[in-house]
Write a new protein. Structure first.
Length: 330
């Protein structure tokens, strides 16, 4: 009997981080922790490397130097070009060689991602003209002033256009990177990385909840206890009135708190959680859609299919084929 050859594993998605002195070590760590090597517990689907315009010692904001031996030519083999922060001195622009290399990578089909102030590099390359962009809330005004053709949104944690993506400040880089993993590899794989990092796989809300408030500003009551309670009840219907009663406030007050703290309504938040649970069950189990619908509180297969298509523009069956059949060993 002739043995059948084992199918080849797909080549890892190559992520190349473009560094600049003084490099933000935290923004770089956000990317490397998500796209780097996670050991035998999580099969590698990404290859992560760094480069810089002038190879050699790259000073960091943390007070030490990193030795980076690869130049801008690394961007020519990247599937994703990632800019983990970028400090622009007053009156200075992004170096022309960097702008040209980023443009070339994007033109040949690489995804270009800016974390925090990394959005300034994408803007300098013209990749954000006429498009919505995120950056750190404290730098939003500067980004708008320097690049008036960019639609800067100071509230969101990240914006993904498919070919380009940007995140808000600091830890929002993890939110964007995990989102990109969900897009590339599915929610279950992203969940495994998030669990290893001891991070929520998807953080709700907008960055305005972290922006500085006047000293006399009100402090909103945390929704965390209610969100934890809801997460344990995804298999049953829960009305806004029930949520309000649980929080001992009126429905109107609860809705206002959701809008202020998370940027969405209570119903929208709950539906998003149900869709996330659906995605995980489609990837990790062979349960029928009808069973999944009951488990995530969407009542019927018909309702689940409708809600799922509204959220992801695909069907549960197509999603399962994409993220389960070819990932059985992952």
């Amino acid at each position: 009997m002739t043995s059948r050859p084992m199918p080849k594993s797909p080549a890892p998605h190559r992520v190349v981080a473009l560094l600049q002195p003084p490099q933000s070590t935290f923004a770089l760590a956000c990317a490397s922790e998500v796209f780097g090597d996670h050991g035998p517990a999580i099969p590698a689907r990404y290859a992560f490397e760094v480069c810089t315009e002038h190879p050699g010692a790259v000073p960091t904001e943390a007070g030490y130097d990193m030795l980076v031996t690869t130049g801008l030519d690394a961007l020519e083999r990247a599937d994703t070009v990632l800019v983990p922060g970028w400090r622009l001195p007053a009156g200075a622009g992004v170096p022309p060689a960097v702008v040209a290399a980023v443009r070339r990578a994007h033109a040949r089909g690489a995804r270009v991602v800016g974390l925090c102030s990394g959005a300034f590099v994408l803007a300098a390359a013209g990749l954000l003209d006429g498009r919505r962009s995120a950056t750190h809330w404290a730098q939003a005004a500067e980004l708008s002033a320097r690049f008036p053709r960019v639609d800067v949104d100071p509230a969101v944690l990240y914006v993904d256009h498919g070919d380009v993506a940007t995140s808000a400040g600091s830890a929002a880089g993890v939110d964007l990177c995990l989102h990109l993993v969900r897009v590339d590899q599915g929610a279950a794989y992203a969940m495994r990385i998030a669990r290893q990092m001891v991070m929520p796989p998807h953080r709700e809300g907008c960055q305005l909840q972290y922006a500085e408030l006047p000293a006399s500003g009100p402090v909103a009551d945390s929704l965390a206890p209610l969100l934890e309670w809801l997460d344990g009840r995804l298999d049953r219907p829960v009305s806004v009135a029930e949520m309000a009663a649980r929080s001992q406030v009126s429905a109107r007050t609860l809705t206002r708190r959701f809008t202020e703290q998370l940027g969405i309504s209570p119903g929208r938040w709950l539906l998003d959680r149900r869709i996330a649970a659906t995605r995980a069950l489609l990837e990790e189990t062979d349960l029928p859609v009808e069973t999944i619908a009951r488990r995530v509180g969407l009542s019927s297969a018909v309702n689940l299919r409708r809600r799922f298509h509204e959220a992801l523009r695909t069907t549960p069956a197509a999603y399962r084929r994409t993220f389960r059949a070819d990932r059985a060993t992952g």
